[in-house]
Write a protein that binds this ligand. Structure first.
Ligand SMILES: [Zn+2]
Length: 198
């Protein structure tokens, strides 16, 4: 039970109490559900590849190394840095952004001194270096206004400013209130936050 609880605690946003609830749920559920879950988990990465541009995971139906967004022609002036794969869809739906993306995959937990274990800085730097040759003007950090989000922004800013001292780095503006998560922001709020970035 404890081992399973530890595994569930690694899921984003899941604390020890929720993790124990998952384990309890699994113990009470029927065997066919558990088998289905095991099969789903075993095959979750089949055909999944990482986009060479934005670092997003996607299902590779068309034998391409770029995701459905990066394969389109988009402007190279802005790079929006996001935490999760799904965040791209959320910003695409606002129809207010036509620049490039980079997905971190994870937040750096508050006070963690091992930022490199959470974020692939080398890949991010390569992406910025490449876009710099194509006219990149601004890097926008669009992360949750939570403690982990703020901490991740702080670490990213420190590293990016050291590595790319002449780059303009901005944050989402008003609208995203403290404690709020991008996933739950409505489109109008995100459009405003993009427009009034600081
Ligand atoms: Zn992509």
């Amino acid at each position: 039970m404890e081992e399973l609880t530890e595994l569930f605690k690694k899921f984003p946003g899941i604390g020890p109490r929720q993790a124990k609830r998952f384990v309890s749920f699994l113990m009470h559920t029927n065997n066919s559900y558990r088998q289905e879950l095991i099969t789903g988990i075993t095959h979750v990465n089949d055909k999944v590849v990482t986009c060479i541009d934005c670092n997003r995971k996607f299902i590779n139906y068309k034998n391409t190394d770029k995701c459905s967004v990066c394969i389109k022609t988009r402007d190279n002036k802005n790079l929006l840095i996001l935490a999760y794969d799904n965040d791209i869809e959320i910003f695409e739906r606002t129809m207010a952004y036509n620049g490039q993306y980079f997905i971190l995959g994870k937040y750096i937990p508050l006070f963690s001194e091992k930022a490199h274990e959470y974020i692939d800085f080398d890949k991010l730097y390569k992406r910025i270096e490449n876009l710099n040759t194509k006219g990149l003007e601004e890097i926008i950090l669009a992360l949750n206004a939570t403690s982990d989000g703020d901490y991740t922004i702080k670490i990213l800013k420190e590293n990016l400013m050291r590595k790319f001292p002449s780059s303009k780095i901005s944050l989402l503006g008003r609208g995203i209130s403290t404690g709020s998560e991008i996933e739950y922001a409505d489109q109008e709020t995100l459009r405003e936050a993009l427009k009034f970035r600081r």
